[in-house]
Design a protein around this ligand. Structure first.
Ligand code: PLP
Length: 396
């Protein structure tokens, strides 16, 4: 092999989800697209708000093209960072200013910048299962070690009872994803206050800060009137990593931001390091046109109702059939307990009914599967007989 050892591993373990998606495409070629029920990918099905299209036209028609397509500060355009800070301050009573905001290449870009800034080889990053499997690659990019806390499968809340035992002198950061992909759980203010208390104590023990990275691409996708607490209000050393991939249905545009509050320990070291990380990782800056679009659409929203209808139909149908599901409070995934110990067996059985679902092993939670319900309502309706036939195999 000419490629690096690290890359060899990443390629070998690379995206089970993508492979499944491709199998779905192959299956569609045989049985017809309308007969394949693909729940594999978290690609938004709700259209971006009309305001996004209007902003693109408006910016292209009204602004200097060299400004629109040019380099800018590595943190992003000042006017856009001002707009993001003002929006956060309005919504969450925070006191961000332009310098607290760094525009990023989606959440993935933002996470990589933070980890680049914080990690030395061998440093540890803790995350709670189930978690977005790509965290493994992001941490390994900087020779860090991802330490996983097993899931609390009773509640799917953060397994805080055991957290302290996982924090060592090597711990540099902890990643929290709220609302959670894949469980759909939302963590409450009380949970986050408890998290802060545990971290504060552990920091005294280990003698250095532990940064909490709050990965929040699903912040606005919540149901039943829930709201997601704003992390920096509860956790002192928290850096918020946000993305418009899901909240405005713009995953291909690669646009998000980091909010780094002045209250974090060593802010004067961390903030400039993250700005330089954006450059030295080769992103240089977030995509220019879509930064400006965000500046004009900062308070736009996608139609969450559509996902909610999908959620209710899928959750109610599957639980009625006998499947055990975690009721999603946010995001657009349904987390289902496999009726057999080996969830891969279940995934294969589902495939025979043209249902494409994903094993949660890569999310650190074997024995479960994930269904992405960011699909059409019509597809969910058409898939119900297939789920019924699958349920028949397990529950009679
Ligand atoms: N974090 C979580 C929890 C995700 O689910 C995803 C994408 O699915 C990302 C980060 C990456 O998002 P982005 O497209 O903004 O890079």
């Amino acid at each position: 092999m000419v490629i690096s050892k690290n890359m060899e591993n990443l390629v070998a373990n690379s995206s089970v989800i993508r492979r499944l998606f491709e199998e779905g495409v192959e299956l569609a070629a045989v049985v017809g697209k309308e007969n394949v029920y693909d729940y594999s990918l978290g690609n938004p099905s709700v259209a971006p708000p009309e305001a996004v299209k209007k902003a693109v036209y408006h910016i292209l028609e009204s602004r200097d093209p060299n400004f629109v397509h040019g380099y800018m500060n590595n943190s992003g355009y000042e006017e856009v960072r001002d707009a993001v800070a003002a929006s956060l301050n309005r919504r969450f009573a925070t006191d961000f200013v332009r310098d607290n905001i760094i525009m990023t290449v989606g959440a993935a870009g933002g996470l990589n910048c933070i980890l680049r800034a914080l990690l030395d080889p061998g440093d540890e990053v803790i995350c709670f299962a189930p978690f977005f499997g790509e965290y493994r690659s992001y941490v390994s990019n900087f020779a860090g070690t991802l330490v996983m806390i097993p899931a609390d499968t009773e509640t799917f809340q953060l397994n805080l009872d055991v957290l302290d035992g996982y924090i060592t002198e090597k711990t540099k950061a902890l990643i929290i994803n709220n609302p959670n992909n894949p469980s759909g759980a939302v963590y409450s203010a009380q949970t986050l206050d408890r998290l802060q208390a545990i971290i504060e104590k552990a920091q005294e023990r280990i003698g250095h800060p532990v940064y909490v990275i709050s990965d929040e691409p699903y912040r606005e996708l919540v149901y039943d009137g829930l709201t997601v607490p704003f992390m920096t209000k509860h956790v002192k050393n928290c850096i918020v990593c946000y993305s418009f991939s899901k909240s405005l249905s713009l995953p291909g545009e690669r646009i998000g931001y980091l909010a780094i509050p002045g209250q974090i320990d060593a802010y004067d070291e961390v903030q400039p390091a993250i700005v330089v990380a954006n450059r030295c990782l080769g992103y240089v800056n977030a995509p220019s046109l879509f930064q400006l679009v965000i500046g004009e659409c900062i308070d736009a929203e996608v139609d969450v109702e559509t996902y909610d209808r999908n959620r209710i139909l899928l959750y109610n149908s599957l639980t009625e059939m006998g499947f055990q599901c975690v009721k999603p409070q946010g995001a657009f995934y349904l987390f289902v307990k496999s009726p057999v110990a080996d969830e891969n067996e279940f995934v294969e059985a589902a495939k025979k009914h043209n249902l494409i679902i994903v094993s949660a092993k890569s999310f650190g939670c074997p024995g479960y599967v994930r269904l992405a319900y960011c699909v059409s309502y019509d597809m969910i309706q058409r898939s119900i007989p297939a789920f019924k036939a699958l349920a028949q195999e397990y529950f009679g």
